[in-house]
Design a protein around this ligand. Sequence first.
Ligand SMILES: Nc1nc2c(ncn2[C@@H]2O[C@H](COP(=O)(O)OP(=O)(O)OP(=O)(O)O)[C@@H](O)[C@H]2O)c(=O)[nH]1
Ligand SMILES: [Mg+2]
Length: 328
Amino acid sequence: VKGSPPDLVAGALRGEIRALARLLTVLEGDWEAGAGEAMQLLTPHAGRAHVIGVTGPPGVGKSTLVDRLVTARASEASHRVAVLAFDPSSPFTGGALLGDRIRMGGRALDPGVYIRSVANRVHAGGLSRTAARLVTALDAVGYGTILLETVGAGQSEVEVAALAHTVLVVLAPGFGDEIQALKAGILETADLLVVNKADLPGAERVAATLRAEAAPRGESGAEACPVLLVSAETGAGIPELVAAIRERDEARSSGGGAERRRTRVRWLLEEAARDALWQRYARSHAGPLAAQTLRVLAGEIDPESAARRLIDEDLGIDGEGDDGKPDS
Ligand SMILES: Nc1nc2c(ncn2[C@@H]2O[C@H](COP(=O)(O)OP(=O)(O)OP(=O)(O)O)[C@@H](O)[C@H]2O)c(=O)[nH]1
Ligand SMILES: [Mg+2]
């Protein structure tokens, strides 16, 4: 495997797993260091995969469930499945990831299944941006289903959910986390609510709570988010979940979810634009930024006013800033 981005893209498109792995590493790096070049080569090949987000509190059984879903999809002839496991909790040792890998060990040996862990530390900015690159690459090289496992802890999940066509929010009895999830707004990103560990007591109660809380929503404004009871351990309810996911996939093929998709894509674009703008600004305005930092430190100005003044200068706005106070 040669190392240039075009070589890696060509190799990955031919189905070479080592080239794909190295390509994904390049995509995790700086845009200027090859990621940008690779993305431009990959994007024309992408656009077919069904991207499924699987999120929820730690320990609810996301990995076990993902393994079930992988098995279900991979059993279909010539259907290749990729899993990206995002792990914000273990940035250094990757301990939890190793556990996941072992749990999914059987699958990892299946040539139709590609599993990759993505540690949070690799991202200079925004988990969503790196995730978007990796999803594009896996899509381009022919993975028909891409599963994204994220631990439901906040903004990152909402960001990664923005990449998915279908978002599964997974909860389980005995966590006390279901209410927290409700508060964190993760439920709003859900297309399917999954109560795992239905083999344990209390699963029905969690499902009932969710059915009550998940007010009717969806594109038409009338549809309630479905709540499914499953056991990733025993396999109960998995066929129904697979069917519900397939239904979403088919609806997508016939234009379903287009409006929501547009909102999400717009959001991703805005994030990328914000990032690019800031990177350029910070590079070219190191002096003024340092000067304003000193003023804030000295108590002459508050950070927000200083920021607005910096921006106003660039936009050629004189005199009054947004704070409404005259320049001193
Ligand atoms: N009883 C029962 N246990 C389950 C079920 N699914 C998963 N578990 C167990 O729950 C524990 C956590 O499962 P994981 O799949 O690692 O959960 P996770 O959500 O991926 O956890 P993190 O990645 O750490 O957030 C393991 O001990 C599983 O064996 C289920 O359906 N029933
Ligand atoms: Mg897991």
